[in-house]
Design a protein around this ligand. Structure first.
Ligand SMILES: [Zn+2]
Length: 367
């Protein structure tokens, strides 16, 4: 049965005609534009709130000054110095994926499809070379774009790998574009975070010096006021997720020296405070180790993930509700491209039911 299924999926791909994306909707910033855009943090504070360890990690270099303002200024310059022009080969590669995506996006998520695609190219040295978004732009590093190009070559040489390529690369683009959409429509998905994922919003963010020096700002999930209510039997705990720099690392590297943690909070009057240990440091643990943290965050089933490597990458990116939502869309999207022979039948059925129900939720906002 399996060889037949594989053949079937290849035939489906080969016969599907690709609708082309409206080229007017895709824009590649040149270095002049990118230098301006990359330091523009009027709409969303970025450099103005960065702290020393974070700046070292995000630019892969130390600073000669200890003055915070000067450091931030040097940091802006490093970002500017590292923007690049796209080559025509790189533009073609990105357009290839957008063409592949456009029919499905137009049909299933037209509001997302209506959004223009804007890209900036940034050297690998900045932000650990990881894809992210700033303002209306999706920021891609040399390494990521090279991966895009290599993946197209692979898909063309071995057509049966095309589905996986679409999951990895096209899924990544959908994920990032949803972050742009989130930014354009603040609050639009709050009901999902609250009612489905079981988060609530802090009225006042608890302060602590450790947080100030260790918290890393993720431009894709800028609202760090979401807290997860974890209910176990009669016990409720309040877990505040964040990306932080590992303790006692003097020259941190991104992403190796970052950790996704949950800080424990406790209610205090009409707000929350950070629970601290005997030496006054916040009590935290890796999110993966906190029992119940991922409850309610969809399609992130540990037992399934152990078997389905393809989805494993979604796990770590689902640490925060805004990231979890973008990952969910990627997961549904990827699932629909997943070759039948690559998934255990029971898992597929289970995913299908979940995917269908979450797709309906997405379509409420994006159709
Ligand atoms: Zn993301």
């Amino acid at each position: 049965m399996k060889p037949f299924l594989l053949l079937f999926s290849i035939l489906v791909i080969a016969s599907a005609s690709v609708a082309q994306i409206d080229r007017a909707k895709v824009h590649f910033a040149d270095t002049t534009e990118a230098k301006k855009a990359i330091i523009d943090d009027l709409a969303q504070p970025f450099f103005s709130i960065m702290m020393p360890l974070e700046m070292i990690a995000k630019t892969a270099d130390t600073f000669l000054t200890n003055d915070l303002d000067q450091m931030r200024q040097a940091c802006r310059q490093r970002y500017q110095n590292n923007v690049q022009n796209f080559t025509s080969e790189e533009k073609d590669a990105i357009l290839w994926y957008l063409d592949e995506l456009s029919a499905q996006l137009n049909e299933e998520y037209p509001k997302l499809a209506a959004l223009d695609w804007n890209f900036i190219k940034l050297n690998d040295q900045i932000e650990g070379g990881l894809p992210h978004t700033r303002g209306k732009y999706i920021i891609l590093s040399n390494g990521v774009i090279q991966f895009f190009i290599n993946s197209i070559e692979k898909a063309q040489k071995y057509p049966n790998t095309k589905n996986l390529v679409m999951i990895q690369v096209a899924g990544l683009l959908v994920h990032e574009q949803l972050h742009v959409f989130q930014r354009y429509h603040p609050g639009i998905f709050d009901s999902i975070y609250i009612n489905e994922f079981n988060f609530f919003k802090l009225k006042n963010k608890p302060l602590h010096p450790w947080i100030a020096s260790h918290n890393v700002f993720n431009p894709d999930a800028p609202n760090i006021d979401w807290v997860k209510r974890v209910i176990k039997e009669n016990d409720t705990s309040y877990i505040w997720p964040m990306v932080a720099i590992k303790d006692s690392v003097e020259i941190p590297k991104m992403p190796d020296d970052f950790m996704m943690i949950g800080l424990s909070l406790r209610p205090d009057k009409d707000s929350f405070v950070v629970i601290t240990d005997s030496s006054g440091l916040p009590v935290y643990d890796y999110l993966l180790k906190i029992d119940g943290y991922y409850d309610g965050i969809p399609l992130i089933d540990r037992s399934l993930l152990a078997q389905e490597v393809v989805f494993a990458q979604e796990y770590s990116t689902a640490y925060h509700p805004e990231e979890a939502l973008a990952s969910l869309l990627t997961t549904i999207f990827g699932f629909e491209h997943l070759p039948l022979n690559l998934m255990f039948e029971d898992n597929r059925r289970k995913f299908q039911n979940e995917a269908d129900s979450y797709k309906m939720i997405f379509q409420k906002f994006l159709k």
